[in-house]
Design a protein around this ligand. Sequence first.
Ligand code: NAD
Length: 243
Amino acid sequence: MTDLSGRVALVTGGTRGIGLATAKALAEAGATVVLTGRDESRAKEAAAAASASAGLALDVTDAKAVSTLVRGVAKEHGKLDIVVANAGIMEDALLGMIKEDLVDTTLSTNVAGTLHTVQAAARAMMRKKTGAIVVLASIVGEYGSAGQTVYAASKAAVANIARSAAKELGRSGIRVNAVAPGVIDTDLTAGLAEDAKADNIARTPLARLGAAEDVAKAIRFLVSDEASFVTGQVLGVDGGLVL
Ligand code: NAD
């Protein structure tokens, strides 16, 4: 079992799905975990469910709020070792149907939100010259997907936040990696038609949808010392699916 005792971790969008499973997995490995959600009472409930030390309200599109919260967590615990920039949204639209609103919300949440979180994490970790950051890319960002141009573009950007930040932060002892999940059974994919799910399963060598816990375990590996020489990588967690 990966040992994260003594580590302080922050997970954004931790109220459900992959974020909640990650908060649980990090806490089980011994880390002190703070999770965030857009709604304070939901965040507190999720923190209790994940055995996290706190659940705080945070909208990742608000750069100032992200910076203040991350600084506050690092101050309260004396350091910040692990940050998982998980908060994200997905809305499908064919090219001809894409509205400006969808572009704004998707890019401000997935791209700017991840960027704010990585920036704030790097500032907090810089003082101790150690830390591990994981961002949530997607298989769709690697291969593209019809009807998901905006989401795919946002997740390609997220993968490149990891690759670029890793280059910039390596000499400060900070590792940055991404996971690129395939189709994971969470609220995000709950709206997928049954035949689309069946089609994905048929094309997945491991012949099932992923579970949030599958992704959480990969994230736990990447933030642990088991991955001490791994940085700037985008790790597929997709059962072998190629889109
Ligand atoms: P989910 O919808 O179950 O959870 C997303 C979380 O992000 C929620 O807690 C939500 O409240 C939070 N969030 C959304 N916008 C936010 C904002 N502005 N500020 C703060 N929090 C915000 O989705 P999930 O499946 O658990 O996805 C988690 C991450 O993994 C996302 O970035 C998603 O794009 C990515 N991902 C998911 C899949 C999948 O198949 N489920 C595949 C690839 C990538």
